[in-house]
Design a binder for this molecule. Structure first.
Ligand SMILES: [Zn+2]
Length: 312
């Protein structure tokens, strides 16, 4: 059987439409995967389609039963395989900038046992998750990439706001080390305010909503070196204020006077860089999302770091 390029393209577009909720890849990539199987390995088209679907949409096999099945409610720390349908009670710890139009929201969710990356697809038409909001998520599916688990919210997911404030826990860890870098996107930043978007504006524009006024926020993205490893730490407004003594209105006043928000970052860099800190927070991949930070009066001694490192 000869399959021409147009057929594969058409099949790729069909697949992309049909699985727009769960596929993380664009039509080009679907087409390329199909082509590799069909042309490179002479796999029959139907088999190739099945393979591409299974590879990119873990929910596909169970999606027919998923909606009316009641899942077990588990904790983030208990997630141990991909393709699991679960219910979770979580708090939104951090929202990140989506890297693709197919993603509506992406960020970090947490519970008492730790944190996990979540992705919500644009075409799922789900309500917006707010930073620091507490939710019961019903019918999310686990995924794994590079040994790390994540959860996907899809069109069958139900989002219920919770009254309680979930404590983000014991994935919690603490590091001590020198602050060796503070990255751009730190200091006085602006976030998009459209529909609780909260994306950080670049030159006054949101990646999703274009040019907007935005709302000021304080944040630090830094690098801590404990002598053995480096950690990227993210400090929110409160923790940033605690370390620098500069609150949001101070920072706005500084920026207004200098007609430049960059003065805040410069000042914070001068204050903080090279000093030693103890930072406590939740570790996620290479990030430590700080919920507490303190200046150590004395430089840490290498022995205690080594002991700490061995005990991790
Ligand atoms: Zn926006």
């Amino acid at each position: 059987m000869v399959i021409n390029m147009i057929d594969l393209r058409k099949k790729a577009e069909e697949l992309h439409d049909r699985h727009s909720d769960t596929f993380q890849i664009e039509v080009d990539e679907i087409e390329s995967q199909l082509r590799t199987l069909v042309e490179g390995y002479s796999v029959p088209l139907e088999e190739a389609i099945r393979s591409v679907v299974n590879r990119n949409a873990p929910e596909y096999k169970s999606s027919t039963t998923a909606t009316d099945k009641s899942n077990s409610q588990i904790k983030i720390g208990d997630i141990n395989s991909s393709g699991q349908w679960i219910d979770l009670q979580i708090k939104i710890v951090d929202l990140w900038d989506p890297t693709s139009d197919s993603i509506d929201q992406v960020g970090l969710a947490g519970d008492e046992t730790g944190t996990i990356k979540f992705t919500k697809w644009s075409k799922s038409n789900l309500p917006t998750l707010e930073a620091n909001g507490n939710y019961l998520l019903k019918n999310v599916v686990t995924d794994e990439w590079g040994g790390r688990f994540s959860i996907k919210l899809n069109r069958t997911t139900i989002i219920e706001p919770l009254d309680q404030d979930i404590e983000i826990g014991d994935g919690s860890t603490s590091i001590e080390g020198a602050l060796v870098d503070i990255q751009s996107g730190s200091g006085l930043i602006k976030r998009c305010t459209v529909d609780s978007c909260t994306r950080v504006l670049q030159n006054g524009a949101c990646a999703e909503h274009g040019e907007v006024d935005g709302k000021y926020d304080l944040r630090l993205k830094g690098v801590i070196d404990d002598g053995i490893n480096v950690f990227e730490v993210i400090l929110n407004e409160q923790t940033t204020e605690f370390l620098t003594g500069i609150n949001l209105s101070d920072a706005e006043a500084m920026a207004t006077e200098a007609v430049d928000t960059g003065v805040v970052l410069t000042k914070m860099r001068n204050m903080l860089l090279g000093k030693y800190y103890k930072i406590q927070g939740s570790k996620f991949s290479r990030y430590l999302i700080a919920n507490e930070a303190q200046l150590l009066s004395d430089p840490i001694d290498t022995d205690s770091i080594l002991i700490q490192a061995r005990s991790i």
